[in-house]
Design a protein around this ligand. Structure first.
Ligand SMILES: Nc1ncnc2c1ncn2[C@@H]1O[C@H](COP(=O)(O)OP(=O)(O)OP(=O)(O)O)[C@@H](O)[C@H]1O
Ligand SMILES: [Mg+2]
Length: 337
């Protein structure tokens, strides 16, 4: 059973999901998941590529139809009353959904009109939002000519034009410039501080660690853990992690290393470095001797503070491994996979 902890708020959940599932032919993209996001939470949804994050967000926001399950947004059943639910939420999809021929200002006004906002209020809000996302100077330029980071910032402004209570963001900072990414993180952190519930998927573990209060991990369509950031990090706090800079690619030494130090996990890192993790004491001197005996210099040894990255590797790695084994077992037993 996945371990869960209750959302922070005990008021009505902003998002409630029960038995949500969707398949694409043979692929079970989302395999029956349950979770809740409390009002005002900053909720992270993490998992490896193809785990089912976008499919889940698309179902939550009405862009895809679930095969099974119930979704409630602030208590409203989305299958019964999708319009009412959609008014409460803003969406920033992984691919921009704005109009390339319209300029920034026109795009925002048009989105406001789609939500039924009166002309004066949508124009006022559009101007404010262009300031918020740092695009006031580009307001009259065609969206199609914006850079990737500018496009993403305008897409966020469009997603919040109608002051939604819940904002869903699918990888808002992937593949854009550092300054835009920083700007976006600040905007969503401010929104959350102002009371907006945030549901975020990201590939940047550091970003999730910095922003999220609670995190769900999805692997191959299944939730393997939902917990507060504090609990997640506490689990790995006692692990010892050391990164060694070597003068040579450690790939061919991994086998002998694992044999010599069975209680330690080794993971190559770019730039001829190696990470050693363990839940026990790390025998640093014998490790360095191991390399010296093979004529490899250890030029640096840095102790790394265990972070959400270790949690991600442990949880998703273990879960992937377990699921593969279960699948192989059920194949051997002649079961359905
Ligand atoms: N429209 C579709 N048609 C067929 N298969 C799909 C479709 N959309 C998603 N899938 C499959 O469903 C699974 C989940 O995909 P999804 O896009 O939800 O993953 P993700 O977690 O968002 O991945 P990423 O991190 O790469 O964005 C994948 O195996 C994907 O190939
Ligand atoms: Mg995705």
């Amino acid at each position: 059973m996945p371990s869960t902890s209750e959302p922070r708020s005990h008021a009505e959940a902003a998002v409630e999901v029960r038995g949500l599932a969707k398949r694409f032919g043979e692929v079970e993209a989302v395999a029956g998941i349950d979770f809740e996001v409390g009002e005002g939470e900053f909720f992270g949804f993490l998992g490896p590529n193809g785990a089912g994050k976008t499919t889940t967000i698309n179902m939550l926001t009405g862009l895809a139809r679930p095969d099974q399950g119930v979704i409630r947004i602030a208590g409203i059943d989305c299958s019964r009353n999708p319009k009412a639910a959609q008014h409460l939420m803003g969406v920033v999809p992984d691919e921009s959904n704005l109009w390339p021929e319209l300029d920034g200002f026109e795009n925002l006004c048009f989105c406001g009109a789609l939500y039924g906002m009166a002309r004066r209020s949508r124009e006022k809000r559009a101007r404010e939002l262009l300031e918020t996302v740092g695009l006031a100077d580009a307001a009259r330029r065609r969206f199609g000519g914006y850079s990737k980071g500018m496009k993403r910032r305008l897409t966020i402004a469009a997603g919040i034009i109608h002051l939604p209570r819940i904002l869903f963001l699918d990888e808002p900072t992937t593949g854009i410039d550092v300054a835009s990414a920083r700007h976006i993180r600040r905007v969503i952190a401010d929104l959350n501080a102002g009371g907006t519930t945030i549901f975020l998927t990201t590939h940047y573990i550091e970003e999730a660690e910095r922003l999220c209060g609670r995190i769900a991990f999805i692997v191959e369509g299944r939730l393997v853990r939902v917990d507060s950031l504090a609990n997640l990090v506490r689990d790995v706090q006692d692990r010892r992690v050391v990164q060694l800079a070597l003068g040579r690619d450690p790939a061919e030494m991994l086998g002998p290393l694992r044999q010599t130090f069975p209680g330690i996990e080794f993971e190559p890192v770019t730039g001829d470095a190696l990470r050693a993790h363990t839940a026990h004491t790390l025998p640093l001197a014998p490790l360095i001797r191991f390399f010296e005996e093979r004529g490899v210099d250890v030029t640096e040894a840095n102790v790394i503070r265990p972070s959400l990255e270790e949690v991600f590797v442990c949880i998703t790695g273990v879960a992937l491994d377990r699921m593969r084994k279960e699948k192989e077992q059920s194949k051997r037993d002649g079961g359905v996979t």
